[in-house]
Design a protein around this ligand. Structure first.
Ligand code: SF4
Length: 203
C-alpha cells in the first residue's frame, strides 16, 4: 500500500504498550513514538514560556491536589482554577436535561464566593422549522438547542469563563466557536452511559 502523503508514519501512540515518554528518556519508547520521530514539535517548549502560559500551566499542575494532599474532584478543581486565575464571574451553558445539576453547580460556585450566570440550551424557544431542521412530528413545536444564544448571552454578562455541561456533540463546538470567553467542559453528554463516556472505552 502506498504511504499516506499526510501521515506516512502513524504515531506510535496508536499501539504503544510502554508509555515510555511518561517516565522520561527514549529507551522504552517504540520506534515510531512521536517523542523521537518528531522532536522538533514534541520537545518544543517555547509555547509554554510566556507569563500567561506559565501561570496557566502552574494552576493546571496544582489543581488536582488540595493543600492536605487529598485529590480534588472536577467541580473542586473548577473552583480552584477559577479562583487561581482571578476569575470572578462564571457562565454555565447547560443542557436542559441537566437543569438541576447546573443549578446545583451554581449554588456551589456562589457558596465559594463566585458570581454565576446560567443559560439553558433551549433558550430562545426557536422551533426546528426556523432553521430548516426536520421534526418527528412536523405539526408540533420542537425547540432547537441554541448554543449561539448561550454563548452570546453569557458573553453579554461579561463572564470570565464558560462551563459547558452536557451539550450535544456539535453544539459544544458551536458554543466554543461563538463564545469570546474561554470554554471548559465539566460534563460530556452521553445519553446511554449517564454521561460516563469512559465506560464505553473500558471493555
Ligand atoms: S508518546 Fe511515545 S511512549 Fe508515549 S504513548 Fe505515545 S508512543 Fe508511547
Amino acid at each position: 500500500m502506498a504511504p499516506d502523503p499526510i501521515d506516512p508514519v502513524p504515531f506510535g501512540c496508536r499501539h504503544c504498550v510502554t508509555r515510555g515518554s511518561f517516565v522520561g528518556g527514549n529507551a522504552r519508547t517504540p520506534r515510531d513514538c512521536p517523542t523521537t520521530t518528531h522532536p522538533e514539535t514534541s520537545k518544543d517548549v517555547s509555547a509554554y514560556l510566556s507569563p500567561e502560559r506559565q501561570a496557566l500551566m502552574r494552576v493546571a499542575n496544582d489543581a488536582p491536589f488540595a493543600p492536605d494532599g487529598r485529590l480534588r474532584n472536577r467541580v473542586e478543581e473548577l473552583v480552584f482554577f477559577a479562583r487561581s486565575q482571578g476569575m470572578r464571574r462564571i457562565g454555565v451553558a447547560f443542557c436542559v436535561s441537566l437543569l438541576k445539576e447546573a443549578q446545583e453547580l451554581g449554588r456551589i460556585l456562589v457558596a465559594e464566593g463566585l458570581e454565576v450566570e446560567l443559560v439553558c440550551c433551549r433558550v430562545g424557544a426557536v422551533d426546528h422549522d426556523e432553521i430548516g431542521l426536520p421534526k418527528a412530528n412536523p405539526e408540533k413545536f420542537a425547540a432547537i438547542c441554541n448554543p449561539v444564544a448561550q454563548a452570546r448571552l453569557l458573553d453579554e454578562r461579561g463572564v470570565d469563563l464558560i462551563v459547558q455541561m452536557g451539550l450535544c456533540i456539535g453544539h459544544d463546538l458551536i458554543l466554543q466557536q461563538e463564545a469570546r470567553a474561554p470554554v471548559t467542559t465539566l460534563v460530556v453528554k452521553d445519553r446511554v452511559l449517564d454521561h460516563h463516556t469512559i465506560r464505553a472505552l473500558r471493555p
